[in-house]
Design a protein around this ligand. Structure first.
Ligand SMILES: Cc1cc2nc3c(=O)[nH]c(=O)nc-3n(C[C@H](O)[C@H](O)[C@H](O)COP(=O)(O)OP(=O)(O)OC[C@H]3O[C@@H](n4cnc5c(N)ncnc54)[C@H](O)[C@@H]3O)c2cc1C
Length: 441
């Protein structure tokens, strides 16, 4: 039975942004209460124990440890991590042949060239669509000259390279953007917001970061906020069970997907400009499929001891990660973003496996039946309504500022989608929590 339903400040949502804000406010001597819809803390950080191992079904990576505030939390709390860099990867053609060193060099140099174009894109170029920009560069004379200056390629080889590069960027739009290239802003890679340095994962779960952030914070779980009435001096917050909490100020950290679905009713309604921005910002689906085998068949051929394997099946790239080193078990992780992620939610794990196995068969003989599979379904998760935000076509930094703008000095907003650096990440959610507290002072 909750006795006290009042606090100076109520934070809605016990994910990274909410817990960070609550912890900072409490350190300043404020009385803070966090209301969380789920029966657990962490939101889109979700570490689950399955058959004795901890799997991260939400965030897994610290994207670059140099100057990353999440890395500081790791160090302060002596949390175990393991380096797992994506770029340790190998590539295969649809013929099943692995790229030889020359082919790999051509492919990687071309990728770097195009990524540099994206990262240095300037306003005079007037590209807003990532796909449009990519097609223009691929077909432009600058790229042709770059290729000519570096390599000797016949016309057929050049066409194949174009197709593989275009498909690779389609894959990149899925992961890390949870989008499709058609919907992504050309400025995405410029504003990606990853830190430099190694990428690391947590063998015992990302949840340890949540545990560190939530020390001494009062969080009430199973409190699904349904209505926020800020007409009077004290804000009233109603849950779907009819409970009413009151506070002078509130911090709303529910995911952008929840705001898009208008799951929470605001009285009075949110300003029109904010409502437009909520619909405009990109927010996508990104899902994981863990496949557990009794042996690491992919490591049998020499040199396959890498983190990431990419197979071009002629139509698209299939990318998967070898997680055996992290889980001490033969486990592959397949990642799906955008349309593919929505597709995976409609199928069983077995049906997905049936669809992706032919691409693996291009390379590996005698693939054994998986002994266990499990997948995530963030798109249909009621308290996430998707996975994370991305920069949609036409979206600018000003849009984020509009959404962040407090209302009447009473309603404040935080969450990964409001980070100017690192939107879509845990470090983005963390810095957004801190930034919002500064607005409250
Ligand atoms: C599959 C997947 C993989 C990812 N991989 C990475 C990665 O490797 N590295 C990385 O940095 N980031 C990754 N991310 C993104 C990262 O997890 C998020 O950016 C970050 O955790 C978001 O934190 P947040 O506090 O903004 O939101 P959340 O963590 O979603 O917190 C919001 C909270 O609000 C609660 N809530 C929702 N509705 C209500 C309501 N009506 N009433 C009360 N509470 C409510 C939710 O339950 C949730 O706990 C991944 C995300 C997903 C889904």
């Amino acid at each position: 039975m909750i006795k006290n339903k009042d606090a100076q400040i109520i934070v809605i949502g016990a994910g990274t942004a909410g817990l960070t804000a609550a912890s900072e406010l409490q350190k300043m001597g404020k009385s803070v209460l966090v209301l969380e819809a789920r029966d657990r803390l962490g939101g889109r950080i979700f570490s689950q124990k399955i058959a004795g191992k901890v799997y991260d079904l939400g965030a897994s990576w610290i994207h670059g440890i140099e100057n990353n505030p999440i890395w500081s939390i790791v160090q302060q709390n002596q949390i175990e991590t393991a380096v797992f860099n994506y770029n340790e990867s190998i590539y295969y053609h649809d013929s099943g042949q692995r790229f030889n060193p020359i082919q790999r060099n051509i492919f990687e140099k071309s990728l770097d060239y195009l990524l540099t174009q994206f990262k240095t894109i300037n306003q005079t170029e007037h590209y807003s669509h990532a796909l449009e920009a990519l097609e223009t560069w691929l077909n432009g004379t600058k790229f042709q000259e770059f290729i000519k200056s570096q390599f000797q390629l016949g016309q057929a080889e050049q066409l194949k390279l174009h197709k593989m590069l275009l498909d690779f960027f389609k894959g990149l739009a899925e992961d890390p953007c949870a989008s499709d290239l058609e919907h992504l802003s050309a400025e995405f890679w410029k504003n990606e917001g990853f830190y430099a340095g190694d990428e690391v994962v947590f063998p015992q779960g990302y949840i340890q970061i949540v545990e560190a952030l939530s020390k001494d914070i009062t969080v009430l779980t199973n409190k699904v906020v349904q209505r926020i009435d800020y007409t009077k001096e004290l804000i009233q917050i109603f849950t779907e069970k009819g409970e009413c909490f009151t506070a002078s100020q509130i911090v709303i950290t529910v995911p952008l997907g929840v705001l898009k679905k208008q799951q929470i009713q605001f009285i009075p309604s949110l300003p029109q400009q904010k409502k437009q921005v909520i619909q405009k910002l990109g927010y996508g689906v990104f899902n994981k499929l863990f496949v557990h085998f009794d042996q690491a068949f992919w490591q049998s051929s020499e040199g396959n001891l890498v983190n990431s394997i990419n197979i071009h099946n002629g139509q698209r790239w299939l990318n998967f990660l070898d997680m055996s080193r992290i889980y001490q078990q033969p486990i592959l992780l397949f990642l799906f973003g955008g349309v593919s992620a929505t597709w995976t939610e409609k199928l069983s794990s077995h049906e997905i496996w049936q669809q992706i196995e032919p691409s693996l068969k291009l390379i590996f003989n005698d693939i054994p039946e998986p002994i266990q599979m499990f997948k995530t379904e963030w798109g249909t998760d009621r308290f996430a309504e998707g996975s994370f935000s991305y920069q949609a076509i036409g979206q600018t930094a000003d849009d984020i500022e509009i959404l962040k703008e407090p209302i009447l000095g009473k309603l404040f907003f935080a969450g990964e989608h409001l980070a100017q650096f690192g939107a879509g990440t845990v470090h983005g959610a963390y810095t957004s929590g801190l930034d919002t507290v500064k607005l409250m002072l």
